[in-house]
Structure formats: C-alpha cells, structure tokens
Design a binder for this molecule. Structure first.
Ligand code: FES
Length: 146
C-alpha cells in the first residue's frame, strides 16, 4: 500500500525537532482527522532556507510527508520553496494512496505558514504566497484536489 520511500521516511523521519529562534514557524491542522504539523525554518539573509525542522502529531503519511517536505525545501530560496507543493512531495515519495493525499496537504500548508510568518516578521511580501489557513480542511476540496 505504501511505497518504500514512504516507509523509509516514516520509520526514519528526517529533520524532526525544533529550531530555536526560527526565521519562520507555522502550525497547521486538519480538524477532520485531528492531525497537527508544525514547521520551523531557518532562512539566511539571502532568502535561502538553511534548515527546516518539523514536529508532527499525526498519521504515518503525515510524518513521511513532513520529513520529505523538509528535505525538499532545504537549500532552496523562499520562492523555490513555494514550488514544493503537496504533489511535489507525493512524487518525491513515489506516491501516496488516495485516502492519504490530504496528509500531504498538511506539509504544503505548514511550509506556507512558516514562510508567511517569516514574511510578516521581516515586513516583506512573498510573491505567490497566500495567507495560510490553520485548518487545511478548508482547502481540501478546492485547488488541491486531485
Ligand atoms: Fe490526518 Fe493523515 S490522517 S494527516
């Protein structure tokens, strides 16, 4: 049911933890399943993401997608990190079962929430970044549905 990559990132999640004094931090949840994800980003003066860490209180797919999402955004610019969509995360994991697609949305929204926090703290606007929702259920049936 799950790809080897999903199982690997679930069993050995990368970048678990917190960043002290992060450049941006965002928390999102899904009211339907009750899962919560928090993403921390450390962004340097050139807008490059030096470090990304996460804490996920959620299902295995949520853990695997947060792990992969943090791996994908590391070393990227803020703009490039916006391209790390839930589809990109799923592709990098060799797919997720349809019932678990919503879990990958948590990862995308958590990145966006952390970037939003970073933008607010620095009084900048990140082109293409929409104000994140705290409950991703609101977004599930809209642009992200597959
Ligand atoms: Fe809720 Fe996976 S079941 S994030």
């Amino acid at each position: 049911m799950y790809s080897d990559k999903v199982m690997d990132h679930f069993n050995n999640p990368r970048n678990v933890g917190e960043i002290e004094d992060p450049s941006g931090v965002g928390t999102v949840g899904n009211a339907k399943c009750g899962d919560i994800m928090r993403m921390y980003l450390d962004i340097d003066d050139n807008g490059i993401i030096r470090e990304a860490k996460f804490k996920t209180f959620g299902c295995g797919a949520a853990v695997a997608t947060s792990s992969m999402a943090t791996e994908l955004v590391k070393g990227k610019t803020v703009q490039e990190a916006l391209q790390v969509t839930n589809k990109a995360v799923m592709e990098a994991l060799d797919g997720l079962p349809p019932a678990k697609v919503h879990c990958s949305l948590l990862a995308e929204e958590a990145i966006h929430a952390a970037l939003w926090d970073y933008a607010e703290k620095n009084h900048i606007e990140i082109e293409g970044l929409e104000k994140p929702v705290s409950d991703i259920e609101e977004r599930e049936e809209t642009e992200h549905s597959l």
